[in-house]
Design a protein around this ligand. Structure first.
Ligand SMILES: NC(=O)c1ccc[n+]([C@@H]2O[C@H](COP(=O)([O-])OP(=O)(O)OC[C@H]3O[C@@H](n4cnc5c(N)ncnc54)[C@H](O)[C@@H]3O)[C@@H](O)[C@H]2O)c1
Length: 258
């Protein structure tokens, strides 16, 4: 039991691809706390996996949303409007970079690869927040995006995804400012390395995860559930005074100099 109640809250979690997705750990945690959770799937390929997982939630809503398609984002919120009429939280756990942009020389980043990475991994938070605002009523709401410390420090090979995370964190702060008057809080969760589908695409990930665990103050890696419980706190009313913040769930790794 996580001891935080989200009873009567409803929200969207975007970014479940399979049972190892950070978004899935978050969705389960919010569901256990009593929230009603909607999941989205990127395309027909992942749909069966997401539908199978969603069946484990108490009362799920499952919807298509490729964040590069404005029409799909609009359709998603039209459906939220029809079926729920309100939204208390939105969790963005989405990133993508073409394989050619990861692992090689950053100097060779292509224009198309840059655009694709920034579009999916950073820009998408803006139209998603825009879609959510009308459904977050007088009580406000919470928007959370999952980020990584490559926004601030160099992780060789992470390349343009680091650029995207820097942009994502700036978007978090800009939205936090603009949506503050609507009582909508916008925060980032900066996770340490976790073995997921997206992580598999990063060359050298196992070595990075190992050195992270050795050097972090807590001398270990983090778990999916630790990220999920931090998300639970941030979407809950216990975090009512927190916005524009990027909270690290990384066993303390980010404080280290060497
Ligand atoms: N795994 C890690 O070590 C780690 C660490 C820090 C931050 N993160 C971040 O966590 C988030 C989730 O990644 P994950 O590690 O759970 O991997 P994952 O592969 O399970 O999740 C990535 C998700 O992005 C979705 N996605 C990609 N392109 C999309 C599009 N065009 N439209 C809609 N959805 C799209 C995929 O369908 C998938 O569900 C990402 O933002 C990632 O950068 C991961």
């Amino acid at each position: 039991m996580d001891h935080i109640e989200l009873r009567d809250k409803v929200g969207l979690v975007l970014g479940v691809a399979n049972e190892r997705s950070i978004a899935w750990a978050i969705a389960q945690c919010l569901d256990r706390a009593g929230a009603r959770v909607a999941l989205t799937y990127q395309n027909e390929r992942v749909r069966p996996h997401v539908e199978r997982l969603a069946a484990e939630l108490r009362d799920p809503l499952v919807a298509l949303c490729d964040v590069t398609a404005d029409g799909e984002i609009e359709a998603l919120f039209a459906r939220i409007g029809r079926e729920w009429e309100r939204l208390d939280f939105l969790v963005h756990s989405i990133a993508f970079a073409p394989a050619a942009e990861l692992g090689g020389e950053f100097l060779r980043t292509s224009r198309a690869g840059f655009h694709a990475t920034l579009d999916v991994s950073a820009y998408s938070l803006i139209p998603l927040a825009r879609g959510a605002v009308p459904f977050m009523g007088a009580g406000g709401g919470a928007v959370i995006a999952i980020t990584f410390q490559a926004s601030q420090r160099v992780f060789p090979g992470y390349n343009v995804m680091g650029t995207a995370k820097a942009a994502l964190e700036q978007i978090i702060r800009q939205l936090a400012y603009e949506l503050g008057s609507h009582a909508i809080r916008v925060c980032g969760l900066s996770a340490g390395p976790l073995r997921t589908l997206a992580a598999r695409g990063i060359p050298g990930f196992p070595g990075m995860a190992k050195s992270h665990a050795e050097r972090a103050p807590l001398k270990r890696s983090i778990t999916h559930d630790e990220v999920a419980r931090a998300a639970l706190f941030l979407v809950s009313d216990l975090a009512s005074g927190i916005t524009g913040e990027v909270l690290h769930v990384d066993a303390g790794y980010h404080i280290m100099g060497v």
